[in-house]
Design a protein around this ligand. Sequence first.
Ligand code: 5AD
Ligand code: SF4
Ligand code: FES
Length: 351
Amino acid sequence: MTGQEIKNLLFLLGEEPLEALTARAYAQKCELLGKRVALRGLIEFSNFCRKNCFYCGIRRDNANVKRYRMTEDEIVAAASWSADRGYGSVVLQSGEVPSEENARFVARVVSRIHEKYGDALGITLSLGEQSEETFRLWRNAGAHRYLLRIESSNPELYARIHPCDHSWQARRDCLRMLKRLGYIVGTGVMVGLPGQTLEDLANDIVFFADEDVDMIGMGPFIEDPGTPMFNPALDDATRTAARRTKFDLTLRMIAAVRLTLKDVNIAAATALQAIDPDGREKGVLAGANVIMPNVTPRAYCAAYRLYPNKPCVHEHAEACRGCLESRLKAIGEEIAWGGRGDPLHFGKGKA
Ligand code: 5AD
Ligand code: SF4
Ligand code: FES
Protein backbone atom coordinates (compact mmCIF):
# COMPACT_ATOMS: atom_id res chain seq x y z
CA MET A 1 0.00 0.00 0.00
CA THR A 2 1.13 3.53 -0.70
CA GLY A 3 1.72 6.17 1.98
CA GLN A 4 -1.56 7.83 0.98
CA GLU A 5 -3.48 4.58 1.34
CA ILE A 6 -2.08 4.11 4.83
CA LYS A 7 -3.14 7.64 5.74
CA ASN A 8 -6.63 6.81 4.51
CA LEU A 9 -6.60 3.70 6.67
CA LEU A 10 -5.64 5.70 9.72
CA PHE A 11 -8.57 8.00 9.02
CA LEU A 12 -10.94 5.01 8.91
CA LEU A 13 -9.47 3.61 12.10
CA GLY A 14 -9.52 6.78 14.10
CA GLU A 15 -11.60 9.62 12.72
CA GLU A 16 -14.50 8.79 10.42
CA PRO A 17 -17.67 8.64 12.54
CA LEU A 18 -18.24 4.97 13.45
CA GLU A 19 -21.77 4.79 12.05
CA ALA A 20 -20.83 6.27 8.68
CA LEU A 21 -17.81 4.00 8.42
CA THR A 22 -19.63 0.77 9.25
CA ALA A 23 -22.53 1.70 6.95
CA ARG A 24 -20.13 2.12 4.02
CA ALA A 25 -18.40 -1.17 4.80
CA TYR A 26 -21.72 -3.00 5.17
CA ALA A 27 -22.84 -1.67 1.78
CA GLN A 28 -19.60 -3.00 0.30
CA LYS A 29 -20.22 -6.41 1.91
CA CYS A 30 -23.78 -6.53 0.54
CA GLU A 31 -22.66 -5.54 -2.94
CA LEU A 32 -19.92 -8.20 -3.07
CA LEU A 33 -21.44 -11.03 -1.06
CA GLY A 34 -25.12 -10.27 -0.69
CA LYS A 35 -27.14 -10.18 2.51
CA ARG A 36 -25.86 -13.59 3.45
CA VAL A 37 -23.74 -14.91 6.29
CA ALA A 38 -21.82 -18.19 6.13
CA LEU A 39 -21.64 -20.40 9.22
CA ARG A 40 -18.86 -22.69 10.42
CA GLY A 41 -19.49 -25.14 13.24
CA LEU A 42 -16.68 -24.58 15.74
CA ILE A 43 -15.45 -27.74 17.50
CA GLU A 44 -13.01 -26.94 20.31
CA PHE A 45 -11.82 -30.49 20.68
CA SER A 46 -8.98 -30.03 23.18
CA ASN A 47 -7.60 -27.35 25.49
CA PHE A 48 -4.14 -28.84 25.95
CA CYS A 49 -1.55 -26.33 24.80
CA ARG A 50 2.23 -26.24 24.87
CA LYS A 51 2.27 -22.47 24.68
CA ASN A 52 2.08 -19.83 27.33
CA CYS A 53 0.73 -16.73 25.60
CA PHE A 54 0.43 -14.02 28.25
CA TYR A 55 -3.21 -13.18 27.35
CA CYS A 56 -4.80 -16.60 26.99
CA GLY A 57 -6.95 -18.34 29.60
CA ILE A 58 -5.83 -21.85 28.57
CA ARG A 59 -2.08 -21.07 28.55
CA ARG A 60 0.12 -23.92 29.73
CA ASP A 61 0.82 -22.50 33.18
CA ASN A 62 -2.81 -21.90 34.10
CA ALA A 63 -3.20 -24.74 36.59
CA ASN A 64 -6.87 -23.93 37.18
CA VAL A 65 -7.90 -25.20 33.77
CA LYS A 66 -9.39 -28.67 33.61
CA ARG A 67 -7.74 -30.14 30.52
CA TYR A 68 -9.70 -32.35 28.11
CA ARG A 69 -9.50 -33.91 24.70
CA MET A 70 -12.62 -35.14 22.95
CA THR A 71 -12.51 -38.63 21.49
CA GLU A 72 -12.37 -39.31 17.76
CA ASP A 73 -16.01 -40.41 17.81
CA GLU A 74 -17.13 -37.30 19.69
CA ILE A 75 -15.40 -35.01 17.19
CA VAL A 76 -16.83 -36.84 14.19
CA ALA A 77 -20.27 -36.72 15.82
CA ALA A 78 -20.03 -32.93 16.32
CA ALA A 79 -18.94 -32.51 12.69
CA SER A 80 -21.81 -34.71 11.49
CA TRP A 81 -24.27 -32.79 13.64
CA SER A 82 -23.08 -29.58 11.96
CA ALA A 83 -23.19 -31.00 8.44
CA ASP A 84 -26.63 -32.54 8.93
CA ARG A 85 -28.01 -29.19 10.04
CA GLY A 86 -26.68 -27.33 7.04
CA TYR A 87 -23.49 -25.81 8.39
CA GLY A 88 -21.40 -25.98 5.23
CA SER A 89 -18.15 -26.29 7.07
CA VAL A 90 -16.55 -27.09 10.40
CA VAL A 91 -13.54 -25.70 12.22
CA LEU A 92 -11.50 -28.04 14.39
CA GLN A 93 -9.71 -25.97 16.99
CA SER A 94 -7.42 -26.81 19.91
CA GLY A 95 -4.36 -25.55 21.72
CA GLU A 96 -1.00 -26.19 20.12
CA VAL A 97 0.20 -29.77 20.56
CA PRO A 98 3.38 -30.72 18.73
CA SER A 99 3.39 -34.52 19.15
CA GLU A 100 3.31 -37.05 16.34
CA GLU A 101 0.57 -38.87 18.20
CA ASN A 102 -1.57 -35.74 18.01
CA ALA A 103 -0.74 -35.24 14.33
CA ARG A 104 -1.92 -38.77 13.56
CA PHE A 105 -5.01 -38.37 15.76
CA VAL A 106 -6.07 -35.22 13.87
CA ALA A 107 -5.31 -36.85 10.52
CA ARG A 108 -7.58 -39.79 11.40
CA VAL A 109 -10.41 -37.51 12.48
CA VAL A 110 -10.10 -35.34 9.37
CA SER A 111 -10.06 -38.42 7.11
CA ARG A 112 -13.17 -39.81 8.74
CA ILE A 113 -15.07 -36.55 8.32
CA HIS A 114 -13.81 -36.09 4.78
CA GLU A 115 -14.73 -39.65 3.80
CA LYS A 116 -18.22 -39.15 5.13
CA TYR A 117 -19.02 -35.82 3.46
CA GLY A 118 -16.43 -35.34 0.69
CA ASP A 119 -16.20 -31.82 -0.68
CA ALA A 120 -19.72 -31.01 0.50
CA LEU A 121 -18.32 -30.07 3.91
CA GLY A 122 -15.45 -27.65 4.36
CA ILE A 123 -12.85 -28.72 6.94
CA THR A 124 -10.86 -25.93 8.53
CA LEU A 125 -8.12 -26.45 11.10
CA SER A 126 -6.97 -24.04 13.78
CA LEU A 127 -4.29 -25.95 15.68
CA GLY A 128 -1.41 -23.52 15.98
CA GLU A 129 2.09 -23.72 14.59
CA GLN A 130 3.13 -27.12 13.29
CA SER A 131 5.83 -28.67 11.13
CA GLU A 132 5.50 -28.65 7.35
CA GLU A 133 5.18 -32.42 7.47
CA THR A 134 2.20 -32.20 9.83
CA PHE A 135 0.51 -29.47 7.79
CA ARG A 136 0.96 -31.69 4.71
CA LEU A 137 -0.38 -34.77 6.47
CA TRP A 138 -3.55 -32.91 7.46
CA ARG A 139 -3.95 -31.35 4.02
CA ASN A 140 -3.73 -34.80 2.43
CA ALA A 141 -6.26 -36.12 4.92
CA GLY A 142 -8.82 -33.62 3.57
CA ALA A 143 -8.42 -30.33 5.46
CA HIS A 144 -8.47 -27.39 3.10
CA ARG A 145 -8.48 -24.25 5.23
CA TYR A 146 -6.28 -23.19 8.14
CA LEU A 147 -6.62 -20.37 10.65
CA LEU A 148 -3.53 -18.99 12.38
CA ARG A 149 -3.74 -15.50 13.76
CA ILE A 150 -0.52 -13.49 13.65
CA GLU A 151 -1.96 -11.73 16.77
CA SER A 152 -0.09 -8.54 15.81
CA SER A 153 1.88 -7.71 12.67
CA ASN A 154 4.33 -5.77 14.84
CA PRO A 155 7.06 -8.18 15.99
CA GLU A 156 7.90 -5.96 18.97
CA LEU A 157 4.32 -5.89 20.22
CA TYR A 158 4.15 -9.64 19.57
CA ALA A 159 7.25 -10.11 21.74
CA ARG A 160 5.67 -8.16 24.60
CA ILE A 161 2.61 -10.42 24.79
CA HIS A 162 4.41 -13.75 24.44
CA PRO A 163 7.21 -15.53 26.33
CA CYS A 164 10.60 -15.29 24.62
CA ASP A 165 10.49 -18.80 23.18
CA HIS A 166 7.56 -17.81 20.91
CA SER A 167 8.70 -16.49 17.54
CA TRP A 168 6.83 -14.01 15.33
CA GLN A 169 8.94 -15.03 12.33
CA ALA A 170 8.17 -18.72 12.84
CA ARG A 171 4.46 -17.88 12.92
CA ARG A 172 4.66 -15.81 9.75
CA ASP A 173 6.61 -18.61 8.07
CA CYS A 174 3.84 -21.05 9.01
CA LEU A 175 1.32 -18.84 7.18
CA ARG A 176 3.51 -18.95 4.06
CA MET A 177 4.02 -22.70 4.36
CA LEU A 178 0.26 -23.25 4.62
CA LYS A 179 -0.27 -21.24 1.49
CA ARG A 180 2.34 -23.19 -0.43
CA LEU A 181 0.63 -26.42 0.63
CA GLY A 182 -2.61 -25.23 -0.97
CA TYR A 183 -4.60 -24.33 2.12
CA ILE A 184 -7.01 -21.41 2.05
CA VAL A 185 -5.37 -19.35 4.77
CA GLY A 186 -6.84 -17.15 7.45
CA THR A 187 -5.09 -14.93 9.93
CA GLY A 188 -5.98 -12.06 12.20
CA VAL A 189 -5.12 -9.99 15.23
CA MET A 190 -6.40 -8.99 18.60
CA VAL A 191 -7.58 -5.40 18.85
CA GLY A 192 -6.94 -3.24 21.89
CA LEU A 193 -3.74 -4.85 23.12
CA PRO A 194 -1.80 -2.79 25.66
CA GLY A 195 0.54 -0.43 23.84
CA GLN A 196 -1.04 -1.15 20.42
CA THR A 197 -1.31 2.00 18.29
CA LEU A 198 -3.53 2.92 15.33
CA GLU A 199 -0.37 2.63 13.19
CA ASP A 200 0.01 -0.96 14.38
CA LEU A 201 -3.58 -1.69 13.35
CA ALA A 202 -3.13 -0.02 9.95
CA ASN A 203 0.02 -2.12 9.49
CA ASP A 204 -1.97 -5.23 10.41
CA ILE A 205 -4.17 -4.58 7.38
CA VAL A 206 -1.07 -4.01 5.23
CA PHE A 207 0.23 -7.36 6.55
CA PHE A 208 -3.03 -9.11 5.52
CA ALA A 209 -2.68 -7.62 2.04
CA ASP A 210 1.04 -8.43 1.70
CA GLU A 211 0.57 -12.02 2.84
CA ASP A 212 -2.44 -12.22 0.53
CA VAL A 213 -4.58 -14.13 3.00
CA ASP A 214 -8.17 -15.08 2.19
CA MET A 215 -9.80 -14.95 5.60
CA ILE A 216 -9.50 -12.56 8.50
CA GLY A 217 -10.61 -12.99 12.11
CA MET A 218 -10.22 -10.09 14.52
CA GLY A 219 -11.55 -9.78 18.02
CA PRO A 220 -11.17 -7.42 20.95
CA PHE A 221 -8.51 -8.39 23.48
CA ILE A 222 -10.28 -9.29 26.73
CA GLU A 223 -8.27 -9.50 29.95
CA ASP A 224 -8.57 -12.88 31.60
CA PRO A 225 -8.07 -13.06 35.39
CA GLY A 226 -6.02 -16.28 35.10
CA THR A 227 -3.33 -14.63 32.97
CA PRO A 228 -0.35 -12.27 33.43
CA MET A 229 -2.05 -9.62 31.27
CA PHE A 230 -4.89 -9.16 33.74
CA ASN A 231 -4.66 -5.86 35.57
CA PRO A 232 -6.29 -6.34 39.01
CA ALA A 233 -5.97 -2.62 39.81
CA LEU A 234 -8.75 -1.58 37.38
CA ASP A 235 -12.17 -0.83 38.86
CA ASP A 236 -15.27 -2.22 37.17
CA ALA A 237 -16.31 1.05 35.53
CA THR A 238 -12.88 1.53 33.94
CA ARG A 239 -12.80 -2.07 32.77
CA THR A 240 -16.26 -1.78 31.20
CA ALA A 241 -15.34 1.46 29.45
CA ALA A 242 -12.10 -0.05 28.13
CA ARG A 243 -13.99 -3.05 26.77
CA ARG A 244 -16.42 -0.77 24.94
CA THR A 245 -13.55 1.15 23.36
CA LYS A 246 -11.96 -2.09 22.13
CA PHE A 247 -15.30 -3.28 20.85
CA ASP A 248 -15.79 -0.14 18.76
CA LEU A 249 -12.22 -0.29 17.53
CA THR A 250 -12.75 -3.89 16.42
CA LEU A 251 -15.81 -2.78 14.41
CA ARG A 252 -13.60 -0.12 12.82
CA MET A 253 -11.01 -2.76 11.91
CA ILE A 254 -13.68 -5.00 10.36
CA ALA A 255 -15.00 -2.08 8.34
CA ALA A 256 -11.54 -0.94 7.26
CA VAL A 257 -10.61 -4.48 6.13
CA ARG A 258 -13.85 -4.80 4.13
CA LEU A 259 -13.31 -1.44 2.45
CA THR A 260 -9.65 -2.07 1.60
CA LEU A 261 -9.31 -5.82 0.98
CA LYS A 262 -12.89 -6.18 -0.31
CA ASP A 263 -13.48 -9.85 -1.25
CA VAL A 264 -11.92 -11.65 1.75
CA ASN A 265 -13.99 -13.59 4.26
CA ILE A 266 -14.21 -11.74 7.57
CA ALA A 267 -15.40 -13.48 10.73
CA ALA A 268 -17.45 -11.69 13.36
CA ALA A 269 -15.42 -13.05 16.27
CA THR A 270 -17.04 -14.63 19.30
CA ALA A 271 -15.04 -12.24 21.51
CA LEU A 272 -17.33 -9.46 20.19
CA GLN A 273 -20.27 -11.26 21.72
CA ALA A 274 -18.42 -11.61 25.03
CA ILE A 275 -18.57 -7.82 25.31
CA ASP A 276 -21.93 -7.04 23.70
CA PRO A 277 -24.85 -9.51 23.45
CA ASP A 278 -25.41 -8.29 19.86
CA GLY A 279 -21.68 -8.25 19.14
CA ARG A 280 -21.64 -10.63 16.21
CA GLU A 281 -24.60 -8.96 14.50
CA LYS A 282 -22.84 -5.63 14.90
CA GLY A 283 -19.77 -7.26 13.34
CA VAL A 284 -21.85 -8.31 10.34
CA LEU A 285 -23.29 -4.80 10.06
CA ALA A 286 -19.68 -3.54 9.97
CA GLY A 287 -18.82 -5.79 7.02
CA ALA A 288 -18.17 -9.31 8.39
CA ASN A 289 -19.71 -12.27 6.49
CA VAL A 290 -18.84 -15.32 8.60
CA ILE A 291 -20.00 -16.49 12.03
CA MET A 292 -18.62 -19.53 13.85
CA PRO A 293 -21.30 -20.91 16.17
CA ASN A 294 -19.89 -23.18 18.83
CA VAL A 295 -20.92 -26.83 18.40
CA THR A 296 -18.58 -28.23 21.06
CA PRO A 297 -20.50 -30.50 23.46
CA ARG A 298 -21.41 -28.26 26.37
CA ALA A 299 -19.66 -30.55 28.85
CA TYR A 300 -16.35 -29.30 27.37
CA CYS A 301 -17.25 -25.86 26.10
CA ALA A 302 -16.76 -23.94 29.37
CA ALA A 303 -13.26 -25.44 29.87
CA TYR A 304 -12.15 -23.95 26.54
CA ARG A 305 -12.02 -20.52 28.02
CA LEU A 306 -9.63 -18.10 26.33
CA TYR A 307 -11.22 -15.09 28.05
CA PRO A 308 -14.08 -14.42 30.51
CA ASN A 309 -17.74 -14.10 29.55
CA LYS A 310 -17.59 -16.68 26.80
CA PRO A 311 -21.09 -16.68 25.29
CA CYS A 312 -23.41 -19.64 24.74
CA VAL A 313 -21.62 -22.07 27.10
CA HIS A 314 -24.93 -23.00 28.69
CA GLU A 315 -27.01 -23.06 25.52
CA HIS A 316 -27.27 -26.28 23.60
CA ALA A 317 -25.85 -25.98 20.08
CA GLU A 318 -29.38 -26.57 18.74
CA ALA A 319 -30.63 -23.54 20.67
CA CYS A 320 -27.79 -21.44 19.27
CA ARG A 321 -28.73 -22.47 15.76
CA GLY A 322 -32.24 -21.15 16.15
CA CYS A 323 -31.07 -18.13 18.10
CA LEU A 324 -28.58 -17.18 15.44
CA GLU A 325 -31.06 -17.60 12.64
CA SER A 326 -33.55 -15.24 14.23
CA ARG A 327 -30.86 -12.75 15.20
CA LEU A 328 -29.62 -12.59 11.62
CA LYS A 329 -33.14 -12.36 10.29
CA ALA A 330 -33.72 -9.40 12.60
CA ILE A 331 -30.96 -7.47 10.83
CA GLY A 332 -32.18 -8.50 7.36
CA GLU A 333 -29.51 -11.14 6.76
CA GLU A 334 -30.01 -14.77 5.84
CA ILE A 335 -27.82 -17.78 6.47
CA ALA A 336 -26.04 -19.33 3.48
CA TRP A 337 -27.07 -22.87 4.43
CA GLY A 338 -25.18 -25.78 2.98
CA GLY A 339 -22.42 -24.04 1.04
CA ARG A 340 -18.78 -24.41 1.97
CA GLY A 341 -18.50 -20.65 1.73
CA ASP A 342 -15.00 -20.46 0.31
CA PRO A 343 -13.74 -16.89 0.18
CA LEU A 344 -14.28 -15.11 -3.13
CA HIS A 345 -10.71 -13.93 -2.82
CA PHE A 346 -9.26 -17.46 -2.99
CA GLY A 347 -7.36 -18.09 -6.21
CA LYS A 348 -7.61 -14.48 -7.31
CA GLY A 349 -4.77 -13.02 -5.28
CA LYS A 350 -1.10 -12.78 -6.04
CA ALA A 351 0.61 -15.99 -7.16
N1 5AD B 1 -8.91 -12.05 24.46
C1 5AD B 1 -9.27 -12.06 23.16
N2 5AD B 1 -8.85 -12.99 22.29
C2 5AD B 1 -8.04 -13.96 22.74
N3 5AD B 1 -7.46 -15.00 22.11
C3 5AD B 1 -6.76 -15.70 23.03
N4 5AD B 1 -6.86 -15.13 24.22
C4 5AD B 1 -7.65 -14.03 24.08
C5 5AD B 1 -8.12 -13.01 24.97
N5 5AD B 1 -7.78 -12.99 26.26
C6 5AD B 1 -7.57 -15.23 20.67
C7 5AD B 1 -6.19 -15.26 20.00
C8 5AD B 1 -6.12 -16.65 19.41
C9 5AD B 1 -7.58 -17.00 19.24
C10 5AD B 1 -7.87 -18.44 19.13
O1 5AD B 1 -8.18 -16.45 20.40
O2 5AD B 1 -6.17 -14.29 18.97
O3 5AD B 1 -5.44 -16.70 18.18
FE1 SF4 C 1 -2.23 -21.84 23.34
FE2 SF4 C 1 -3.48 -20.43 21.41
FE3 SF4 C 1 -3.92 -19.89 24.01
FE4 SF4 C 1 -1.55 -19.25 22.91
S1 SF4 C 1 -3.58 -18.39 22.32
S2 SF4 C 1 -1.86 -20.28 24.90
S3 SF4 C 1 -1.27 -20.95 21.46
S4 SF4 C 1 -4.45 -21.79 22.93
FE1 FES D 1 -25.83 -19.20 21.31
FE2 FES D 1 -27.65 -17.15 20.89
S1 FES D 1 -26.13 -17.95 19.55
S2 FES D 1 -27.53 -18.57 22.55
